[in-house]
Write a protein that binds this ligand. Structure first.
Ligand code: UDP
Length: 192
C-alpha cells in the first residue's frame, strides 16, 4: 500500500487482489474495491467524504497510468495498472471458477443486458444471480432483491462517487455479498 496526498493506493496486482479476496471470502469478510486515479486523489483533497470513501475501501486499485508513474518515480511498490474493467473481468473469471453468484446493478437496461450476454458467452459456468439497470428508484426493494438473489459478488455501475456511496450505505444490508466493486462505465465496455 502507498499513499498519495493522504489517499491510499493498493500495491497489489490483479492476482494479488484475487488471492486476498479468496482468503477474505473464506473468513466471511466483506471487501470493497474502488478505482483511484490522479483526478480522484486531487478531488479528494477538498472533499472529506470522498477521502473517507476511498481510504475506508478494502482495495484502492491504481486505475490510470498517473498513479503508476508517480510510484515508479519515487521507486514505489506499485508495479502495474489495475483498471476497473480488467479487475471486473478477473473477478468474473474467479466467480465462474468458484461458483460464486454475481449481481449486476447499473447502466441502462439495454447496456446491462448486453453486457451480461457477452460476459456469459465467455464464461458459460458463471452464475448470474440477477441484475437491475441503474435507474431504479426504490432502493429498499432493490437491496432486498440483491439480498434474496444469493449474490456473493456485486458490481455497481452508477459512476463515481454515486456507486461507492450506494455500496457504503448498503454494506450492512447485504451481509451475504462478500465483494463489492464500483465499476463506472465498465458495463458499457462489456456490452461492446
Ligand atoms: N449511470 C446509472 N445511473 C445513474 C447515473 C449513471 O446507471 O443514475 C450509469 C451510466 O448509464 C453509465 C455509468 O453509470 O453506464 C457511468 O459511467 P461513467 O463512465 O460516467 O462513470 P465513471 O467511470 O466516469 O465513474
Amino acid at each position: 500500500m502507498e499513499t498519495y496526498l493522504n489517499i491510499k493506493v493498493s500495491s497489489y496486482t490483479y492476482e494479488g487482489i484475487i488471492e486476498q479476496l479468496d482468503k477474505r471470502i473464506a473468513t466471511g469478510e466483506q471487501s470493497t474495491i474502488i478505482a483511484v486515479n490522479p483526478e480522484k486523489i486531487i478531488a479528494a483533497q477538498k472533499n472529506d467524504e470522498l477521502k473517507t470513501l476511498i481510504n475506508e475501501s478494502t482495495f484502492q486499485i491504481p486505475d490510470g497510468v498517473g498513479v503508476l508513474l508517480a510510484s515508479k518515480l519515487k521507486n514505489g511498490t506499485i508495479r502495474s495498472r489495475v483498471t476497473g474493467v480488467d479487475m471486473m473481468a478477473r473477478l468474473l473469471d474467479f466467480a465462474a471458477e468458484k461458483g460464486l453468484p454475481v449481481y449486476f446493478y447499473g447502466a441502462k437496461e439495454e447496456v446491462v443486458t448486453k453486457a451480461i450476454s457477452s460476459i456469459k458467452k465467455d464464461r458459460p459456468n458463471l452464475q448470474v444471480a440477477g441484475y437491475d439497470n441503474g435507474y431504479v428508484h426504490d432502493e429498499e426493494k432493490l437491496v432486498e432483491r440483491i439480498h434474496t438473489s444469493g449474490a456473493r459478488i456485486l458490481f455497481v455501475a452508477l459512476g463515481s462517487p454515486k456507486q461507492e456511496l450506494f455500496i457504503k450505505r448498503n454494506l450492512a444490508n447485504l451481509p451475504n455479498v462478500k465483494v463489492f466493486q464500483g465499476v463506472g462505465g465498465s458495463f458499457d465496455v462489456f456490452s461492446g
